[in-house]
Design a protein around this ligand. Structure first.
Ligand code: COA
Length: 326
């Protein structure tokens, strides 16, 4: 029994924020951003759009492709760190929005690795025989939750969006082959949002200290991301007896072009084997992989029988690699 991806969907907000727009907000320029990150533009959610709205639209598109009704879904797992509320889970709001009446729903908090963590959780559920179909979503609105729009070091990197897949338990050799998840909590403060939670509760002093905004040690994150995405990709290939030449398409977490190029090179994958769309959306955290998967799928870049390798890295630190036979 395997969890097969039978539908993909994505939704990115209409509003485009280009590097030239950012030049008017902070002391930056298009050339710096493109040279350091490969990002040209990103999407920004409308004021009345919630993370659950982005997630629901992506989910509906995935369900439509799968030809499956929301009522046939047994579980909804959303990877997000920018949910509508601290609690309850955004997945519950999605469940109500799309009318997935029989599904139980929960969020997974693993930052930019959230989608692969959510996928592994849903895969375990289906392979254990506890349900037939799952909806797995990655959705984020960083622009309104943790971006400091006066900090040029970080605000140029991120964007909003959502992607989703429908998984179905099927006999045969197609579907998720294996997931490999890792964490190292020694590096929490290399990439995190300090407030407001239990450690730093809401206060005016905390606001003045900018605790609700993302903090990052960019250079260290860069090095870890390349090393860990490379290692976990090799781990996933080795566990299934494959090597880089067998990969049909590599879909890495779209953090930054330089990270993607360095990882692809270390894995000895060709440019044709690697999918890149970070130039259009920036880093949408848990949403990058399912958005990329949907674009590659709809664009005909994944054929039935292809080996699809996905790798992610994010705050925690968390990282993961997943191999799928399409
Ligand atoms: N525009 C113009 N200049 C900028 C800038 C911006 N948006 N952001 C930073 N700078 C400046 C810095 O202030 C610094 O200036 P200084 O030398 O006068 O102090 C200079 O550019 C170099 O900064 P540095 O941080 O050393 O640049 P870098 O080459 O390391 O690139 C990142 C910075 C953030 C692009 C890079 O570290 C990175 O990609 N890190 C990983 C980030 C990431 O992907 N996070 C999410 C992972 S899930």
């Amino acid at each position: 029994m395997k969890s097969r991806i039978i539908g993909t969907g994505s939704y990115t907000p209409e509003k485009v924020l280009t590097n030239y727009d950012l030049e008017k907000i902070v002391d930056t320029n298009n050339d710096w951003i493109v040279a350091r990150t490969g990002i040209e533009e990103r999407r920004i959610a409308a004021d009345d759009e919630l993370t659950s709205d982005l997630a629901s639209r992506a989910a509906e598109r995935a369900l439509e492709m799968a030809g499956v009704s929301a009522e046939d879904i047994d579980v909804i797992v959303v990877g997000t760190i920018t949910g509508d509320y601290p609690w309850p889970a955004t997945a519950c709001i999605v469940q109500a929005n799309i009318g997935a009446k029989k599904a139980h729903a929960y969020d997974v908090s693993a930052a930019c690795s959230g989608f692969l963590y959510a996928l592994a959780s849903a895969d375990d559920f289906l392979v254990a025989g506890r349900g037939k179909r799952a909806l797995v979503i990655g959705a984020e609105i960083f622009s309104r939750s943790c971006i400091d729009w006066t900090d040029r070091n970080t605000c140029v990197l991120f964007g909003d969006g959502a992607g989703a897949v429908v998984l179905e338990a099927q006999e045969g050799d197609k579907g998720v082959l294996s997931s490999h998840l890792h964490s190292d909590g020694n590096y929490v403060d290399f990439l995190y949002q300090p407030g407001f939670g239990v450690k730093h509760q809401p206060s005016l002093e905390g606001l003045e200290a900018k605790l609700p905004f993302l903090k990052m040690n960019g250079n260290e994150v860069y090095k870890f991301a390349v090393r860990m995405m490379t290692e976990v990709s090799k781990e996933a290939l080795k566990a299934n007896g494959y090597s880089s030449e067998d990969v049909g398409l590599f879909i890495p977490h779209q953090a930054n072009l330089r990270i993607l190029e360095a990882t692809t090179k270390r894995l000895k994958l060709t440019d044709e084997q690697s999918f890149i769309n970070v130039n259009k959306y920036g880093n949408t955290s848990a949403a990058t992989i399912p958005i990329a998967l949907d674009e590659a799928n709809r664009g005909g870049q994944i054929k039935a029988g292809d080996l699809v390798l996905m790798a992610a890295f994010g705050g925690g630190f968390t990282w993961g690699g997943t191999l799928v036979r399409w």
